[in-house]
Design a protein around this ligand. Structure first.
Ligand SMILES: [Fe+2]
Length: 293
């Protein structure tokens, strides 16, 4: 890239950051706030219309998209969140985090790793086993995006497996078909730490839900033994997913990974870098700002 083009790009990012910073502060979940941010992207980043079409195409074709995110890595922290919210609002509708008014979650090792929430893999630096997000909610979000502000020096790569594709392949073997049939017909117990276990259907026609760590605890709490056929079916499916995992995907600084949370299961390799920092936004339904290219 020539020096002049680099200067142009840096000027455009600076202007984008300044415009995003001017939007009056509001709860992240507020659709008006999200729309104002997305409109700024529409005005300031003309090439984003093409990028959004690419995201849509990649997610439909492969279940995920990895690409640059408008220079987010070089912006001030308060603007980084706004830029991620703006992009998310142009992809789908950002989802609320728990009962809060926030949509952007800091994925970074917590200060007290020993005291992290047991069910929350986003605040640890260990390996995150293959899972889907919001697996025990009635309607898990369609998509999630990970905006990388700073990758780990080593490790911390993302692992994706196309679970929908794997289900089709398992149906071609007698043992695989038996496992899929059981997991389609019966809920498995998930121990979320609440007084009662939750019961979750692993495979439906349009959604795969998976939390193997919490499901193993759920089986133990509900006295399902290792020989129980539902336990064996669940283990068969989990093992087949692990065996189908391809090479980990490294998400560089300033890039976003958008993943179909109904079709893919995902995990993360271990890392040891307290400065690793990503922003995660889960999304569902139609974009807040419908993009006109
Ligand atoms: Fe996750």
């Amino acid at each position: 890239m020539t020096g002049a083009r680099e200067a142009d790009r840096s000027g455009a990012r600076h202007r984008l950051a300044a415009c995003l910073a001017q939007v009056p502060t509001a709860p992240e979940i507020d659709p008006d706030f999200q729309r104002q941010l997305a409109e700024i992207l529409h005005d300031e980043v003309p090439e984003l219309a093409g990028r959004l079409a690419e995201i849509d195409r990649d997610v439909h074709r492969n279940g995920y998209h990895l690409g640059p995110a408008c220079g987010i890595e070089s912006m001030p922290p308060s603007v980084q969140v706004r830029l991620a919210v703006a992009m998310a609002a142009a992809i789908a509708s950002p989802a609320r985090i728990g009962g809060s008014n926030l949509v952007a979650w800091d994925v970074t090792p917590g200060p007290d790793l020993a005291g992290h929430q047991p069910g929350n893999v986003s605040t640890t630096d260990g390996e995150a086993v293959l899972h889907t997000d919001s697996a025990f909610s009635d309607r898990p979000e369609d998509l999630f995006g990970l905006w990388c502000l700073r990758p780990a020096e080593r490790g911390g790569a993302s692992v994706q497996v196309d679970a929908r594709d794997l289900v089709h392949r398992l149906l071609r073997t007698p043992q695989g078909a038996a496992a899929v049939t059981l997991l389609r017909a019966h809920d498995v117990p998930v121990d979320t730490g609440e007084p009662e276990v939750r019961w979750v259907r692993t495979i439906t026609d349009d959604v795969v839900r998976l939390r193997p760590d919490l499901t193993m605890r759920g089986f133990a709490r509900t006295a399902h033994g290792r020989d129980d056929e539902l336990v064996q079916a669940f283990n068969h499916f989990s093992r087949a997913l692990r065996e189908a995992a391809g090479a980990p995907i490294f998400v560089p600084a300033g890039h976003v990974l958008v993943v179909d949370n109904h079709r893919l299961v995902h995990g993360r390799t271990t890392f040891s870098d307290p400065r690793r920092h990503l922003l995660r936004i889960r999304m569902t339904g139609r974009p807040v700002l419908e993009w006109q290219s």
